[in-house]
Design a protein around this ligand. Structure first.
Ligand SMILES: C[S@@+](CC[C@H](N)C(=O)[O-])C[C@H]1O[C@@H](n2cnc3c(N)ncnc32)[C@H](O)[C@@H]1O
Length: 336
């Protein structure tokens, strides 16, 4: 599927996700066998000129590293560095180092066949009319020292978002609550899929502020989408039809409160969808044991093949690299 995207689109998608500059150089060397430096400079110029880049630029630190790599490649080939690269590179060198811990990243979803027509020519940040596709921009911490885990992008979030995009009836018109909402990816998707109401919850205040910002820049604010502080250790189930959680099982410490909380939601009639990246088998086994002990059942509904999905996150680095370690569970009463 991905190979159907043209090379400019692949650069653009990876650039918006702040792909490591060294990886972009590798891609340029493979793709542009003829004059890699000239073509690489041209591809990066197009990325810099795109309206979405101008609206939500990557952090200065990223741009500086990337443009340096572009210049180094040109120098190694004895090629001239064009003004389109030299000027922004010198600008990044002059910029103060503040705010370097944060960046915007944009992610696109849809059908790879329609990507170019709808985004390359600058349609910007809104979903295309008549096409189930769009771009989502998130402000994210660039390294694990800034913000909590909720200020980063996580593979499981994309996996669950992709699931919802391909099963829109699951949430359309429904009351949805999310545990550990992080940067707000699912909130934006839920708003675009016409959720009845969504309550995005997290225990970390900085994460909630960042989530609100991300809802705002994606035009996903509104009475239907609520953002709320909710610490698993001191809360109870609230009325909802669907409960979502992406990458909330990485630490076993809160399991003794989290699993009974999930049980409360199940018994109140909610359908539960939890997507997890398996990092440690033992952590996951502990979750399963507690689920059983609480009278619940976690049914594995992971779809292994993404190729047949009509709507995909395009060239999505987290999903491409980590797909095999992601699992999706529907949790219900063991008697069900
Ligand atoms: C790994 S992040 C995943 C964020 C988001 N779901 C995603 O997939 O991008 C885990 C999230 O759970 C939240 N969290 C962790 N422990 C929590 C707790 N005890 N109560 C409430 N939220 C918690 C964190 O603040 C963080 O936002």
């Amino acid at each position: 599927m991905y190979s159907e995207l043209c090379i400019e689109d692949r650069f653009l998608l990876r650039f918006w996700q702040c792909e490591r500059p060294s990886e972009l150089v590798k891609l340029a060397k493979v793709q542009f066998k003829h004059e890699p430096s000239f073509n690489f400079q041209e591809a990066i110029r197009k990325c810099l000129d795109h309206p979405l880049t101008k609206q939500f630029p990557p952090g200065t630190a990223y741009l500086r590293k990337l443009l340096k790599e572009v210049v180094l490649l040109a120098e190694s080939e004895g090629s001239e560095v064009t003004e389109d690269i030299a000027t922004p590179y010198s600008e990044t060198l002059l910029q103060p180092e503040q705010d370097e811990g944060w960046t915007y990243k944009s992610f696109c979803y849809g059908d790879p066949h329609v990507f170019s027509q709808h985004f390359w020519r600058g349609r910007g940040n809104s979903p295309c009319p008549g096409v189930q596709g769009g771009s989502i921009t998130l402000r994210l911490a660039q390294n694990l020292f800034e913000g909590s885990t909720g200020c980063h992008e996580w593979e499981a979030g994309f996996f669950l978002a992709e699931y919802l995009l391909n099963h829109p009836d699951l949430v359309k018109g429904k009351r949805v609550l999310e545990l550990g909402c992080g940067a707000g990816l699912l909130g934006v998707i839920l708003q675009r899929l016409g959720v009845g109401s969504a309550c995005l919850t997290d225990g970390d205040d900085q994460t909630l502020r960042n989530c609100l910002h991300n809802l705002h820049i994606n035009g996903a604010e509104g009475p239907a989408i609520q953002v709320k502080h909710m610490q698993w250790e001191d809360c109870h189930a609230e009325p909802c039809d669907i409960l979502l959680g992406a990458d909330i099982l990485y630490d076993p410490e809160p399991f003794p409160v989290l699993v009974p909380l999930i049980g409360e939601f199940v018994r109140a009639g909610a359908e539960i969808y939890i997507c997890t990246k398996i990092r440690q088998g033992a952590t996951f086994a502990a979750f399963h044991q507690l689920v059983q002990d609480t009278g619940l059942r976690a049914e594995n509904i992971t779809c292994r093949s993404r190729d047949s999905l009509p709507v995909q996150f395009l060239e999505c680095l987290p999903l491409q690299h980590q797909h095999q370690e992601l699992v999706m569970h529907r949790v219900c009463c063991s008697a069900a």
